[in-house]
Structure formats: structure tokens, C-alpha cells
Design a binder for this molecule. Structure first.
Ligand SMILES: C[S@@+](CC[C@H](N)C(=O)[O-])C[C@H]1O[C@@H](n2cnc3c(N)ncnc32)[C@H](O)[C@@H]1O
Length: 240
């Protein structure tokens, strides 16, 4: 990965795995050499989902459900995360593992091309997570952008693509070209506020701008009245 191994080890030590199903998934990924987001990015997924009060999440490329586990944990039973994968075996495995974690009832399992499956959902989603084949990233972004609500997030893994995006553009392979095109198009998008975190293999956070529900101000004049100076702890009233 792109971070200094010492820093990676330090960060992993701060966020140990306590959950048995999560630990089993991490062992499974290590044994098979299967690419999961890992506990640090998993935590970020959960944090973003919680911070926007997510109840509707769509995942593009879910594997055996490791990233799904963090999204499902971020919500209560009224929330729903759509798990998608091309591979029916991975989907069945995810169903079994998330069932063991007691979270399967929060997950809708879809087998097929996530770029096609998402078109069957009108949205809006609070969060869309992209982790499919890298050549499909630009198309996935276009599909996600119109289905995530203002105030929600698109989150995308591997956007620094093992550091290859920093190589000379003329040496790019097809995947690196697609990831670079994805990043450039996201930064140029007027409706997205984008940051790339150099965590693990690079994670993009795209905040969807636009109309968001505002907090209603208290209408009662009494509630709106400024605090009397005598009650304000930081103001000393001089005695005459
Ligand atoms: C990097 S793995 C996903 C890992 C998962 N997000 C996690 O962190 O646990 C990518 C997965 O996406 C699936 N995939 C790739 N292209 C896809 C597509 N167009 N639609 C659905 N699944 C896809 C692959 O089968 C693979 O399981």
C-alpha cells in the first residue's frame, strides 16, 4: 500500500479488531489474498455513514461483505445497505457472514453488475460506495452522482491505485488511466466537494452539494433573546 509501513502498523494498533466475524473476514481475506478495505477504511465508512445519519446505502463491489459489515453497523434496523457483487459465491458467503454478525436483515443482496443494478434503484442514497473494477470508475461516478442526496457522500476506494497515478501519464495502463480520469472528473464536478485521503490505497470522499434540510431556528422571541449579560459567565460586569 502507499503509506509508510510503520505508520500503517501504528494506525492498525490504534484500531484493533474485537469482533469475531470481522476477525474471521480479515483472516479469510489474508488467506485468499482477497482485497478488502481493511479496518482503517472500514472505520471511515462507518464514521461517514453515522455522521450523515445514513439509512440508505448502495455499495458497488461488495465481495464477501467486509465493507458491508461496517455500513450495516453504522445504522439501526431501519437502515438498508445494498450489497452487490458479480460473483454469486461471494454474495452467498456475505449473506452467511453478515447473518452470523446479526446484520443480514439490514442488507439487500444483489448479484450482478453493480453499474446496472444501481439503475434499478431511484435513490436517493445517503452514501454510495464504489469498489468495482477500476476501468469502470468513471461510469460508476456518473451513476452515483445522480443518486446520492445533497448532504450525502460518495466514497471510493483505491483512488491512488498503489501510487501509480503519480507516475508519468504516458506510462499509465488502462486501470491507472481510468482512476486518474475518475479523480480529475470528481475534482471538476460542480456538485461534488472532493477530498482524497492517502489512507491505505487512497480513499476519495465526495460530499454532494446542493439543497440540504436546514435546522429550524426557534421561533419563540423568548428563545431568540440574547443571554442577559449578568448570566454570561465570560463577561464581567464592572461595578460603578
Ligand atoms: C475489491 S473487491 C471488494 C471488496 C469489498 N468492498 C470489501 O472491502 O470488503 C471488489 C469486488 O467487486 C466485485 N466486482 C467487480 N466489478 C463489479 C461490478 N461491475 N459489479 C459488481 N461487482 C463487481 C468483484 O467480484 C469483487 O468481489
Amino acid at each position: 500500500m502507499i503509506t509508510d509501513p510503520r505508520i500503517e502498523a501504528y494506525l492498525l494498533d490504534l484500531a484493533p479488531t474485537h469482533d469475531a466475524v470481522q476477525a474471521d473476514m480479515e483472516r479469510l481475506a489474508a488467506t485468499r489474498g482477497f482485497p478488502i478495505v481493511g479496518p482503517l477504511v472500514g472505520r471511515l465508512l462507518m464514521q461517514v455513514a453515522r455522521s450523515v445519519g445514513a439509512r440508505d446505502i448502495f455499495e458497488m463491489g461488495s465481495g464477501f461483505g467486509y465493507s458491508t459489515l461496517f455500513f450495516a453497523r453504522a445504522m439501526d434496523d431501519s437502515g438498508r445497505v445494498v450489497h452487490t457483487d458479480l460473483d454469486p459465491k461471494l454474495s452467498a458467503e456475505a449473506r452467511q457472514l453478515l447473518g452470523r454478525a446479526g446484520l443480514a436483515s439490514r442488507v439487500t443482496f444483489e448479484v450482478g453488475d453493480a453499474l446496472e443494478v444501481i439503475t434499478r434503484y431511484a435513490g436517493p442514497f445517503d452514501v454510495v460506495f464504489i469498489d468495482v473494477e477500476k476501468v469502470d470508475y468513471p461510469a460508476a461516478l456518473d451513476l452515483a452522482r445522480v443518486r446520492v442526496r445533497p448532504g450525502g457522500f460518495i466514497i471510493t476506494d483505491n483512488v491512488l491505485w498503489r501510487g501509480k497515478v503519480a507516475d508519468a501519464p504516458e506510462t499509465y495502463d488502462a486501470e491507472t488511466r481510468a482512476v486518474d480520469a475518475y479523480n480529475r472528473s470528481a475534482f471538476a464536478a460542480p456538485d461534488l466537494l472532493t477530498t482524497i485521503l492517502p489512507l491505505r490505497d487512497g480513499v476519495a470522499l465526495h460530499y454532494k452539494t446542493g439543497e440540504t434540510p436546514r435546522r429550524t431556528r426557534p421561533s419563540s422571541p423568548r428563545l431568540m433573546a440574547p443571554t442577559p449579560r449578568s448570566l454570561h459567565p465570560s463577561i464581567t460586569i464592572k461595578k460603578k
